[in-house]
Design a protein around this ligand. Structure first.
Ligand SMILES: [Zn+2]
Length: 457
């Protein structure tokens, strides 16, 4: 130790720099005294911190844990923080009874990077031998049991994975696919375990294909003003798929359900009627699903007509599939003229389209009574259309009319259901389809479950 220098540091509790006496201070906070010696590497602060004290603070370590050394491995681009512990009695993780250390095991955890360096915590983890619970590993404050990452790193990884694909997260964070997936699966498990049964007034039930083959899942989501969260995912799309959801609810939860939006899919209707008290007035066949049927009918009419026209060398309907599926107000400007021309032609497809458009306005009726009258007129028109696919949908709607009219009581709007549908579609796209059902399920919960995913602090 040689000459004493007084300098400025940025030791404001967040970071520190060591200043050579000839370097201008980066930021002024409070004065600190430096000792100087000839060996540059031996700079030590007196009122400031040493490397390991800095990490001690960053990691938030308290007795008996302490940082023993910090090693910069330039070649590996790694900082190794070695954590040790003082002699103490350790609590059994099961019964908290305090006892002597029995053994230890050296372990490594990845922590948040320090600038461009991966930061690894290395420590011996004590284990105790509890007379009642046998050999038990003591919990470390920076990570969860069995984890290979610190809590803070897991938090970051979860945030990144919520924003991008797992492959993207791997390249940003410099980790393997299995490691990223491990963090994700643990997060979902943690989130589901933390869920407490709550009353869910508005629900929607939907089926979802996995994007490969005819493999389906049944999804139940809760719709609130703020958000739509997936509450349940079941295998297949039969009655048992939904039964399991209802059967897991408490009596209070069942009593608290006010409305359930769903497709006119008989297994779901049967399951709901069997389990939900007052289901008859609570089931709502929502506009999103019904208009989908009408769109399919229009498309079928178009396909048939296009085939017939083409046989006569008429290409009028070529490349018009998407045009007929737009709502009248949503036809993009670049297609507007073409669409105007083609829909004015005396085509079966334009008739089917007009019936669909009038059906869409049904939901604008001010209440159940006027809606019933509106439906009656529309139904008459649809049934006389001589368009088999349209007639089929009209009959189906008539058979379910009482649960279509419930819309005017509950007003479950399209937005959340359609939004959820699009988000799940987005997950499938991002994963290029799912081969594995369990992975699809956990991705739905991870992204759309509204779960508390983070490790406890
Ligand atoms: Zn014990």
């Amino acid at each position: 130790m040689g000459q004493v220098w007084t300098g400025w540091s940025i030791l404001d509790g967040r970071w520190m720099h060591r200043f050579a006496p000839d370097l201008a201070p980066l930021r002024c906070a409070r004065p600190v005294v430096f000792h100087y010696c000839r060996d540059r590497d031996a700079w030590v602060t007196v009122q400031g911190m040493k490397d390991f004290e800095l990490y001690q603070q960053i990691l938030g370590l308290v007795e008996p844990w302490r940082v023993e050394s910090v090693t910069l491995k330039t070649q590996e681009r790694e900082i190794e923080v070695r954590v040790g512990f003082a002699d103490t009695l350790w609590g059994c993780p099961q019964c908290q009874q305090r006892m002597q250390i029995h053994d230890y095991e050296e372990r490594r955890w990845r922590h948040l990077d320090s600038c461009q360096f991966q930061t690894i915590i290395v420590s011996r983890v004590p284990s105790v031998r509890c007379p009642e619970h046998g050999s038990q590993t003591v919990a470390v404050p920076w990570a969860e049991k069995y984890a290979r990452f610190s809590r803070l790193f897991e938090r970051l990884a979860i945030d990144v994975m919520l924003e991008c694909s797992i492959t993207g997260a791997c390249s940003i964070l410099g980790m393997s696919w299995d490691e990223a997936d491990g963090i994700k699966q643990r997060a979902v498990k943690r989130g589901l375990a933390r869920k407490v049964p709550a009353v869910m007034a508005r629900l929607c039930v939907d089926e979802k294909g996995m994007g490969r083959g005819q493999n389906y899942l049944t999804i139940v989501a809760q719709v609130t003003e703020q958000q739509t969260t997936v509450e349940y995912v079941g295998e297949e799309r039969n009655q048992a798929s939904l039964d399991a959801f209802w059967e897991a609810l408490t009596t209070e939860q069942l009593a608290g359900v006010e409305a359930v939006a769903m497709d006119m899919w008989e297994p779901y209707v049967r399951s709901t009627r069997a389990h939900l008290p007052g289901a008859a007035s609570k089931i709502v066949h929502d506009p999103f699903h019904l208009v989908k049927y009408m769109n399919e009918a229009v498309n079928e009419v178009r396909k048939g007509e296009h085939r017939r026209l083409q046989a006569q060398g008429d290409d009028t309907l070529k490349r018009t599939r998407q045009l007929w599926l737009y709502g009248m107000e949503n036809v993009p400007a670049k297609h507007a003229q073409r669409f105007d021309e083609v829909k004015e032609l005396n085509l079966q497809t334009s008739r089917a389209w007009a019936i669909k458009e009038v059906f869409r306005s049904f939901w604008l009726c001010p209440g159940a009574k006027p809606a019933e009258r509106y439906f009656g007129k529309w139904y008459g028109w649809a049934i006389r259309s001589r368009l088999a696919p349209v007639k089929k949908v009209a009959r189906m709607c008539k058979a379910h009319l009482s649960n279509i009219l419930t819309f005017f009581v509950h007003r479950l709007t399209n937005g959340p259901i359609e939004g959820l549908n699009n988000k799940i579609q987005g997950l499938i796209k991002k994963a290029f389809g799912y081969r594995n059902k369990e992975r699809f399920k956990s991705d739905i919960f991870f992204h759309l479950g509204g779960l508390d995913l983070y490790p406890a602090q």
